[in-house]
Design a protein around this ligand. Sequence first.
Ligand code: C2G
Length: 451
Amino acid sequence: MKKVITYGSFDLFHEGHYQLLKRAKALGDHLTVGVTTEHFDLMRGKLNLADPIMTRIENVRKTGFADEIIVEDHVGQKIEDIQRLGIDIFTLGSDWVGRFDYLKQYCEVVYLPRTAGISSTQLRESRNGIVRMGIIGTGRIAPRFLKETSFVSGIEVVSAYNPESDSARDFEEEYQVHTFTDSFDEFLEGTDSVYVASPNETHSDYVRKAILAGKHVLCEKPMTFTYDEAVELYDLAEKNNVKLMEGVRTAYLPGFSQLLSVARNGTIGEICDIEACFTRIGTPGSREMSDAKYSGAFLEYGSYTMLPIFKLFGRDYKDIRIESVYGKDGIDTFTKVQFFYDNKLATAKAGAGVKSEGQLVISGTQGYIIAKSPWWLTREFDVRYEDPDRIDHYEAGFSGEDGLRYEIAEFLSKINGTGGNDYKLTAGESIAMAKVVEKFMGIRREYQEKR
Ligand code: C2G
């Protein structure tokens, strides 16, 4: 008996999938089909599947070609399956030519002709349409964001806005994105959604205006400087039936979700302490080194360090202590926020003019999780125990350099209603961050006024 295996996501099942399975079945007597999990697809950079796994499996089953259906959930599984199931032929469509030649040492590898003119990507786009996005602010992050959107199908940057005409013109010339300088309303008109990446102090006004114009908003952190305004903006988004999401990038990374799951599943016992640190010494004159009113260490990096704390301990801390080391003009070069929970402690440290070990340590009664710098771009972490020889190492998929594509994909699936629950960064968590930011700014202002 000749055994054949093939794999795929089989999202929005279409004629190409049907033909592939038919041809795969014809190669032998028994066909096994591996259907990918959402997690595995996320790890390999397929960011926006529309159908849940049960639907995808059911669609494969309905073709009648599969004698057996299995689930593919990890890298390296293909070799295991081929050996375990005694597979004679591994096959995939011709879009993969050459990519699986390494399997030739285990079985025959056949690339079948791909059906032209149809793909899940096309179907997703025609079903949901393309979400037109406008970028507000054309500074450092805008080009990176623009590049990352190209990895998420279904969203397209159509324009940008910057009231400073020089920088707008440069951006337009360099990146070929039509950039508005005068009319914000005109800019908004041609978009379905906006990404707010302007200077910190301008975020909330842009967010409000965009929401009122019926646009979905992804806003760089910190979205606002006050608790009340954060509440107001999330309410406003709900009332206007648009999505509002704060761009605390780490929250949307598959590796960070995995880290939170490991922390929550009891592996390290009961969690007692969290220490999260992020430092980056900025170039002299850069915003984080010089804008003592609206920037500095905590405003730039504090959101990352508060994230694991709010995710794991919640928002109901009993007390909070905020202390900073100040530089010229009273800007904070280093800020340490201590959270006191009921029998639990947490520390968030941010540095813009002080360098430290940027790590995340989550300590429990049985062991601890350590994620080394750059833990905020979570690619890997360890779980360690009393026995120093016992270390469990976890590695997560991570595509691209800065993880922005995961945030963009999340934003898109929220807009398209395919994202499920709002658990990665809830409005409540984002509002809790704004509350700490407000308190921090009050303390810093007081220090600056007294000097
Ligand atoms: N396919 C095809 N014609 C199309 C579209 C897809 O023949 N027009 C084939 C693909 O080449 C693949 C199968 O259908 O063999 C499933 O495609 P996807 O669902 O896109 O899955 P894919 O990302 O190719 O997964 O471990 C997963 C595998 O590596 C492949």
